[in-house]
Ligand binder design. Structure first.
Ligand code: AP5
Ligand code: MG
Length: 231
């Protein structure tokens, strides 16, 4: 159940297109057809979830990983912002949710991810899934519907630091959610919904203290990725 545009919507978080249509009351023609992900399920390409609070440096570190390891970086925030740019009815509804710093329904995000992963599958050495899962149920649905992730990178940063970084970025980012009130809401949601993901998948999590400069943080990232490759 979630509220947007002053209306209350009920959705089953099943990851189905039907659930997405129910959530957004989309006209039939606007519904994305079911995606065939058989090839993705069968592939051996490593999958790395990249987690941490708003402004912890997920995007910054993923850019560096892509440069060194050639992995494919998929940020759910970026995928959603691309959907918003399309100007569709769905895009407007997503924008309203993101502006408030709330979570977009699971089925919408997971369908976007499946589509993006399938689009890159034939030409990738690994996936960096940045900003997903944001709640335990997202992780479970990903692993049920797609496959298990191999490793989780969690960037651990204090709220004050993340707030400062994002207020600085707000000067130039143009992101509708980079304002103090929404950043605080994003931080709250991170603690209530996303932190439990780190506990749930504890055995796969590599926690990286990420208060220092991007290069030192990246050195730690490389140690974890190098050991993943030698397993
Ligand atoms: P998303 O776009 O993922 O936003 P976020 O998680 O809040 O994180 P950011 O992208 O703002 O920060 P980042 O960790 O990537 O840090 P960055 O490297 O940019 O999601 C936006 C919204 O989409 C969500 O609120 C939600 O509504 C929706 N959404 C997304 N995924 C969803 C999902 N799975 N389910 C449901 N809804 C979802 O760095 C930040 C700044 O700090 C930059 O200016 C950078 O230059 C600087 N910086 C980085 N590292 C350092 C460092 N070490 N030292 C100093 N400065 C640094
Ligand atoms: Mg980001």
């Amino acid at each position: 159940m979630f509220r947007t545009g002053g209306k209350l919507f009920k959705t089953h978080c099943s990851g189905s297109v039907r659930g997405m249509a129910m959530a957004y009351a989309l006209p039939k023609a606007a519904v994305i057809p079911e995606i065939d992900i058989t090839a993705l399920r069968k592939s051996n390409v490593p999958i790395i979830w990249v987690l941490g609070g708003p402004g912890c440096g997920k995007g910054t570190q993923c850019d560096k990983i892509v440069q060194r390891y050639g992995y494919t970086h998929l940020s759910t925030g970026d995928l959603l912002r691309d959907a918003v740019k399309s100007g569709s009815a769905r895009g407007q509804q997503l924008q309203a949710i993101m502006e408030k710093g709330e979570l977009v329904p699971l089925s919408v995000v997971l369908d976007l991810l499946k589509e993006a992963m399938m689009g890159k599958l034939s030409n990738t050495s690994g996936f960096l899934i940045d900003g997903y899962p944001r709640e335990v149920q997202q992780g479970e649905e990903f692993e049920n519907q797609i496959k298990a992730c191999n490793l989780i990178l969690y960037f651990d940063v204090a709220d004050d630091t993340m707030l400062k970084r994002l207020l600085k970025r707000a000067e130039t980012s143009g992101r509708a959610d980079d304002n103090e009130a929404t950043i605080k809401k994003r931080l709250e949601l991170f603690h209530s919904h996303s932190k439990p993901v780190v506990q749930r998948y504890n055995e796969k999590v590599k926690t990286i203290p990420a208060e220092t400069d991007p290069e030192s943080i990246f050195n730690q990232v490389c140690q974890h990725l190098d050991s993943l490759m030698t397993v």
